[in-house]
Design a protein around this ligand. Structure first.
Ligand code: ZN
Ligand code: ZN
Ligand code: ZN
Ligand code: ZN
Length: 304
């Protein structure tokens, strides 16, 4: 990562990098064979200093073509270029329109580990493919599945399970069948009858059961659905059913849990769950229809 200092720090760091590249020349000059080995497997120190060289001094992100430079050779990413009003952010000279082809080519020769290495990814990717891989890497951290707030926690599944338990005080249950009661005293205010989350642990996996009220067009409805704490491919190995009813009537939903890679809102807005109209929900609640009292039973099973 970058030192994050002001731009003039960057000027001073340049000679260091030049020194390092001189060392390379000496190394490569020792033996012709070495230089071919070098191109296949850059040594870690050099690759990390080149990595720093490829960091935009303004936004600190990795630079991708076209990489721009001022007449003094300071580089800048194409995203930041329009924002600096044609002044080099490092030396304040006029920026002009010079591309830094050499650096673009150096970048193309680099192979770097995925940034989720510490989460278990062992992939090594060409510089220009790395970002694309990282956006889809199966080891990338998950967002917190808790729907009720703008929680920014991210991490792997064990971390998130602990986080849901400790920080959101979520109900945790063991077993693959459940019988859950949702009680709300004033169901006529949709905003009031919010959402609830319960986590089930079975088959060595974790599943989030969501229940929430929302407005479907003009109609207030409730939805219940299950999300799988893991990737989409694995989620498809499971199925679940939800059942709600009373007075001899019942509604049944069978579905496939969605991965928590899909946001809670995305699942809800695609209606991928048991949808209960409010009038029906109140009928199932019995009594004077002033209170929501739903009993939702369900089961999770593994497909063959
Ligand atoms: Zn930038
Ligand atoms: Zn400059
Ligand atoms: Zn990866
Ligand atoms: Zn959270």
């Amino acid at each position: 990562m970058a030192s994050g200092g002001p731009y003039f720090d960057d000027v001073r760091s340049k000679p260091e990098i030049i020194d390092l590249s001189k060392d390379d020349v000496v190394e490569a000059g020792n033996h012709v064979k070495d230089s071919s080995e070098y191109s296949a497997k850059p040594n870690a120190a050099v690759s990390s200093s080149v990595h720093e060289l490829l960091e935009c001094p303004v936004c600190l992100n990795a630079m991708f073509p076209p990489i721009h430079q001022c007449s003094n050779g300071h580089t800048l990413c194409s995203g930041c270029k329009p924002r600096v009003h044609n002044r080099c952010p490092t030396c304040r000279h006029e920026l002009g329109n010079i591309r830094c082809l050499a650096l673009e080519k150096v970048a193309a020769s680099l192979e770097l580990p995925c940034k989720y290495q510490s989460f278990g990814c062992i992939g090594i990717y060409p510089y220009y493919n790395k970002l694309k891989h990282e956006s889809q890497c199966i080891f990338r951290p998950y967002n917190c599945p808790y729907a009720g707030s703008e929680c920014t926690a991210t991490g792997d599944i064990p971390f998130l399970v602990t986080h849901l338990k400790d920080d959101h005080k979520v109900d945790m249950h063991n077993g693959c069948s459940f019988n859950h009661r949702y009680v709300k005293s004033n169901p006529h205010e949709v905003e009031n009858a919010t959402w609830m989350l319960t986590v089930f642990s079975c088959f060595g996996q974790y599943f989030c059961l969501h229940f929430e009220a929302f407005q479907l067009g003009m109609a207030p409805v409730y939805i219940a659905f299950l999300r799988f704490m893991g990737d989409d491919v694995e989620a498809k190995n499971y199925s679940y059913s939800l059942e709600v009813g009373a007075n001899g009537r019942k509604m049944l939903w069978q579905g496939v849990p969605r991965s928590i890679r899909d946001s809670h809102r995305k699942v809800r807005d695609s209606f991928d769950g048991l949808i209960i109209q409010r009038s029906m929900a109140l009928f199932f609640s019995g009594g004077d229809k002033k209170e929501l009292k739903l009993r939702v039973t369900g089961r999770i099973w593994k497909e063959q």
